[in-house]
Design a binder for this molecule. Structure first.
Ligand code: ADP
Ligand code: MG
Length: 264
């Protein structure tokens, strides 16, 4: 994985590369013939009169674990919101083959929200509050929590959960709708060392899964090197889209990492 990329990389894919990548790109995108769970085609987004994303094109094959990296303000969260349908692109399109599960950044979540884990998880099945949980829903919530080793959290108040536990509950909430793609926006930020280690194990399991694809935004180098099957480096546009060995350890990318290492 850490092999130096060949300078004269002749494995140029047959289809033309995305317009935002130079034709001489040394980065290896996935095989275009694979079944895709997500295709982002020429997406541009304007916010507050400014172009935030410019002609972004990439796809995620079934089961692939993609790490989305880039400096602060690069438009990573904006891209995720566009994939989730929360932001309408000025041009281009997003094509999904199934449901998307979303795990938010912990710091965007109001920790005093008066609800239990089971209510938060079931609300995602229903698409709304308030929730009076039925027995069948409770069973599904318990199963979703069991998938992330959090069964005992079922009836806990969200306010009483640690950072790692909160993210486990959000992971179960995302998984309960049987998504084809999981989208995680800096899930380890604001989580203590132990919680982060536990989350990492779960992320590695997801990475190994051939069924569930994921897009992980993180500044945590350990998370990237342990989970990424491919890396998309975004800075308003696609700067690089390739294999971990083609990006990690390169001076150009190393400055990106370390941001969430010392939080909390
Ligand atoms: P990242 O997640 O990579 O740090 P964001 O997607 O959050 O970046 O933000 C990208 C840029 O878009 C930033 O300059 C940010 O200030 C701007 N931005 C984000 N949301 C809005 C908004 N609702 N209105 C105007 N500008 C926004
Ligand atoms: Mg962000």
């Amino acid at each position: 994985m850490n092999e130096a990329p060949q300078e004269d990389d002749c494995d140029v894919p047959e289809r033309p590369p995305p317009s935002s990548l130079a034709p001489s790109s040394r980065y290896t995108p996935p095989d275009g013939a694979m079944p895709k769970v997500l295709e982002v085609r020429g997406v541009s987004v304007d916010l507050g009169g400014r172009r935030i994303l410019d002609d972004v094109t990439f796809f995620v094959p079934k089961g692939e674990f993609l790490c989305l990296c880039g400096p602060n303000g690069a438009g990573k969260s904006t891209l995720l919101k566009t994939i989730l349908g929360l932001i309408k692109p000025a041009s281009g399109e997003v094509v999904l083959s199934g449901r998307v599960g979303y795990v938010p950044q912990r710091k965007t979540f109001d920790r005093d929200f008066p609800a239990t884990a089971v209510e938060l998880i079931v609300a995602n099945l229903r698409g709304g509050w308030p929730v009076r949980v039925k027995e069948a829903e409770r069973k599904r919530a318990r199963e979703a929590l069991a998938r992330v080793g959090g069964e005992k959290l079922l009836d806990k108040n969200l306010a009483d959960l640690s950072g790692g536990e909160t993210q486990r509950v959000f992971l179960a909430r995302a998984l309960i709708t049987d998504p084809v793609l999981l989208v995680l926006d800096e899930p380890t930020a604001g989580v203590d060392v132990q919680g982060r280690a536990e989350l990492m194990v779960l992320l590695e399991e997801i990475s190994r899964s051939d069924e569930l694809a994921a897009i992980l935004v993180t500044h945590n180098l350990a998370a990237v090197s342990r989970t990424a099957e491919r890396i998309l480096y975004l800075d308003g546009r696609v700067v690089a889209w390739g294999l971990p060995g083609e990006l990690l350890g390169k001076r150009r990318f190393s400055a990106l990492f370390g941001d969430d290492a010392g939080e909390e």
